[in-house]
Design a protein around this ligand. Structure first.
Ligand SMILES: [Fe+2]
Length: 382
């Protein structure tokens, strides 16, 4: 019998138009009329989504301060600036509105605004996070990283190193999943983030840490994403498909919060050290290149994943989905030296990536890492 713990799942508010409930959640968590800090992706300004969130909070009597200075993935300087703003305005709660970057920033601001410490104090669990952190409401606008339900944050420190922070204190108290907010996401982002979420659900339900309770979320997440990814890419305004993707990525997030990832994320993190390629695309193609090799380590778990995708062979169904998403598969022209898979293998072997490597059901030897890197570099568009 396997022994396991299912970590608490935040309150999940799901449905079209449910952004309106940001007000009641903010009042409940911050207190009546308490100021609220909003951390928003700058791209949402032009869509009117940021203004809408601010108006909802203001109508409920909450003074607001807005930080939307993020550019790309979160940097320590951005997080520190946003935390100083929240502290200055005596915010009683932090709302993250956007993709993984905005949500991770908000999650860290909730601790830094209280402690007054720079975010780097918390990198790699160097200092304990404050127990009296501000409550966090996460409103994802992509589907997605699943950051609305996880205890992990990724940011770049002042030495431009990609680092993580982890702790119960970083998990949002509430997640509002409103598919209306995702309708304007461009096709390439829908495809890349959707594949990332699919890989989260596959890896969390097939790696060495997988457990029965997490599988409930992962298998449903796989089914929702596999059944709707192509539809959401081809018909961006299809709110049903968008809702399924948003819920699927949230379920996948619960999976990785409990069980983590595996080899495809080891590879995509290694690629990130060599070239600027969107995380979702890199993760998706890493899975494409290696799924049949990994599946040999736990055929039973991969058969369940295949069934959730509506097929018998996980590698075949995944391959079809990845290619149908329209994402560029080949790494030609992406700034990598494709004649040097050894350099990718070297990055895969770094200690910082070892947890993903060790969680993989088939532990790759150093020789395997070269072979797997060669597979990734040999991918071609059909
Ligand atoms: Fe990921």
């Amino acid at each position: 019998m396997q022994s396991f713990t299912l970590a608490p799942v935040p309150e999940i508010v799901f449905g079209s138009g449910r952004i309106a409930e940001l007000a009641s959640r903010a009042t409940l968590l911050a207190g009546r009329n308490a100021p609220v800090a909003l951390i928003a992706d700058p791209a949402l300004d032009g869509l009117g989504i940021t203004a809408r969130a601010l108006a909802i909070l203001a109508a409920a009597g909450h003074a607001t301060c807005l930080y939307d200075g993020l550019r790309g993935e979160p940097k320590a300087s951005d997080i520190d600036r946003a935390a100083a703003l929240a502290r200055e305005h005596k915010a009683g709660a932090v709302v993250g509105l956007g993709g993984g970057s905005a949500l991770d920033t908000a999650k860290l601001v909730a601790s830094c605004a209280v402690s007054g410490k720079p975010v780097e104090a918390y990198q790699l669990c160097q200092a304990p996070l404050p127990a009296d952190h501000l409550p966090i409401i996460a409103v994802p606008t992509t589907a997605g990283t699943g950051a609305e339900v996880t205890r992990t944050c990724i940011f770049s420190n002042s030495r431009h190193e990609k680092v993580w922070a982890w702790g119960d204190e970083l998990k949002p108290e509430a997640a509002i999943l409103d598919p209306d907010l995702t309708l304007a996401v461009p096709r390439s982002v829908t495809a890349a983030t959707g594949l990332d979420a699919l890989v989260h659900a596959i890896e969390a339900s097939t790696n060495r840490n997988r457990h029965d309770a997490s599988d409930l979320y992962c298998h449903r997440g796989v089914a929702l994403i596999a059944g709707n990814l192509e539809r959401a890419v081809k018909a961006p305004g299809d709110v049903e498909a968008r809702g399924a993707m948003l819920l699927g990525s949230c379920y996948a997030g619960i999976g990785i919060d409990n069980c983590g990832t595996a080899l495809a994320h080891n590879i995509s993190h290694a690629i990130a050290n060599l070239a600027a390629i969107p995380h979702g695309r890199a993760t998706g193609l890493a899975m494409l290149a290696t799924i049949d090799w990994v599946a040999e380590g736990n055929p039973q778990a991969f058969t369940k994943v295949a069934a959730a995708m509506g097929g018998n062979d996980a590698a075949a169904v995944y391959g079809r989905l990845d290619r149908a998403s329209g994402i560029k598969i080949s790494l030609h022209g992406d700034g990598l030296d494709l004649k040097r898979p050894d350099l990718l293998a070297e990055q895969m072997a770094l200690p910082v990536n070892s947890s993903m490597r060790n969680a993989t059901v088939r532990t790759p030897t150093d020789a395997d890492l070269i072979m797997l890197a060669e597979r990734v570099y040999a991918l071609v568009d059909a």
